[in-house]
Design a protein around this ligand. Structure first.
Ligand code: NAP
Length: 317
C-alpha cells in the first residue's frame, strides 16, 4: 500500500508484521478495515436483537444545509440501513426555531422506536446547542454530549455513552494492539467533542486506559517539546498538517483525528482531505500511524452504531 509516497504495511491486513526489505518499519493502522469488521459484529448484534423482536432505531437531526454535515448525516443513515437498523433523518431548514427543534427532540425522546438521538453539530448560530443537547433524554444520547453522560465518563461509570470519535480512537489503539497502560499520551486539542472526553477515556482505569495523559492546546508553551514526550500522540486540532516531524518522538504511535479540506489543484475536485499531521514527514518516525482519510473517520460511525445498539439493549431489557 502506498500512502503519502511511502510503501507501508497495513496493520489490519498483516497482523503478523513481516516487513520485506523495501517496507518501512512502520505500521499503518487501517481504520477502514477495522471499522468494517466492527460493523460485522454490529450486524450480528442487530440480528440477535431482531430475533427477540427489537430493532435499534437512530434519529439524526440536521438543521441547515452545511455540505460537510449533510455528507456525515447521509453516511450515518446509509450505514444504519445497511446494518438493518431503523433510521430516521430529519433535515430541517436553517431558519428552524429553537422552540421547534426542542419540540422535535422531545417527540423523539417519547418515540419507543428511537433508541438514539443525534443533533448534528454545529447548528446555525441562532440555536443554543447546549440547550438542545440537554433536552435529549440521556438514555438516548448516543453522541455522549449530555452533561449526565459527560459526568458518568468523568466518574469512570461504564454506563456512560461516550462520544463516538474518542471512543473510536481508543478502540483503534486496542485493535492495533497498542498498549495504553502506563504510556505517556499527549492529546492535542481540548474540545468537548474529541480532546477532553478522549483524555478522560485514556486515563480511566481498565483496558484501553490507565495512560498518563497530557492535554495540550493553543495556550500550551513549547508545544513541540510537550508532544515529543508522547509514546502515543493524538492530534485533534483542526489545523491542516500542523504536526511536523519535530513534534514526534522516534517510535511513537500517532493517531490523526483531523479532517481538513485543503486546495489541491492537482486533484479533479480541486481539493482534498488532509489530517492535522504532516503524514509524509511524520510517518517514517512512527511505530504506527493512522492515515487521513481511512483512519479515525470510519471508526466514528461504527462507534455510533455500537452506542445505538447498546441503547436498544437497555431499553428492551
Ligand atoms: P475544535 O472544537 O475546533 O477544537 C480544536 C482544539 O484544538 C481546541 O482545543 C484548540 O485549542 C486546539 N487548537 C487549535 N489550534 C491549535 C494550535 N495551533 N495549537 C494547539 N492547539 C490548537 O475542533 P474539534 O471538533 O475537536 O475537531 C478537531 C479536528 O478533528 C477537526 O479537524 C475535525 O474536523 C476533526 N474531527 C474528526 C472527526 C472524525 O470522525 N474523524 C470527528 C470530530 C472532529 P483552544 O481550546 O485553546 O482553542
Amino acid at each position: 500500500m502506498v500512502i503519502g509516497g511511502f510503501r507501508v504495511a497495513p496493520f489490519y491486513q498483516s497482523p503478523i508484521t513481516i516487513h520485506p526489505a523495501p517496507l518501512l518499519p512502520m505500521t499503518l493502522i487501517d481504520g477502514k478495515a477495522i471499522a468494517a469488521r466492527i460493523n460485522e459484529e454490529n450486524r450480528a448484534a442487530i440480528a440477535e436483537l431482531a430475533a427477540r423482536g427489537h430493532t435499534p432505531g437512530l434519529a439524526v437531526v440536521l438543521v441547515g444545509a452545511d455540505p460537510a454535515s449533510q455528507a456525515y448525516v447521509r453516511s450515518k443513515d446509509k450505514t444504519c440501513r445497511e446494518l438493518g437498523m431503523f433510521s430516521v433523518k430529519h433535515e430541517l431548514p436553517a431558519e428552524t426555531t429553537q422552540a421547534d427543534l426542542i419540540a422535535l427532540v422531545q417527540q423523539l425522546n417519547a418515540d419507543p422506536a428511537i433508541h438514539g438521538i443525534l443533533v448534528q453539530s454545529p447548528p446555525p448560530k441562532h440555536i443554543d446547542e447546549r440547550a438542545v443537547v440537554e433536552t435529549i433524554d440521556p438514555r438516548k444520547d448516543v453522541d455522549g454530549f449530555h452533561p449526565v453522560n459527560v459526568g458518568k465518563l468523568a466518574l469512570g461509570d461504564a454506563d456512560a455513552f461516550v462520544p463516538c470519535t474518542p471512543l473510536g480512537c481508543q478502540r483503534l489503539l486496542i485493535e492495533a494492539g497498542i498498549e495504553t497502560k502506563g504510556a505517556n499520551v499527549v492529546v492535542l486539542g481540548r474540545s468537548m467533542i474529541v480532546g477532553k472526553p478522549l483524555a478522560l477515556l485514556l486515563m480511566n482505569k481498565g483496558r484501553g486506559g490507565d495512560a498518563t495523559v497530557t492535554v495540550a492546546h493553543s495556550r500550551t508553551r513549547d508545544l513541540a517539546a510537550v508532544c515529543r514526550e508522547a509514546d502515543i500522540l493524538i492530534a485533534a486540532i483542526g489545523q491542516p498538517e500542523f504536526v511536523k516531524a519535530d513534534f514526534v518522538k522516534e517510535g511513537a504511535v500517532v493517531i490523526d483525528v483531523g479532517i481538513n479540506r485543503v486546495a489541491a489543484p492537482e486533484s479533479p475536485k480541486g481539493s482534498k482531505l488532509v489530517g492535522d499531521v504532516a503524514f509524509a514527514e511524520v510517518a517514517p518516525k512512527c511505530r504506527a500511524i493512522t492515515p487521513v482519510p481511512g483512519g479515525v473517520g470510519p471508526m466514528t460511525i461504527a462507534m455510533l452504531m455500537g452506542n445505538t445498539i447498546a441503547s436498544c439493549r437497555r431499553w428492551s431489557a
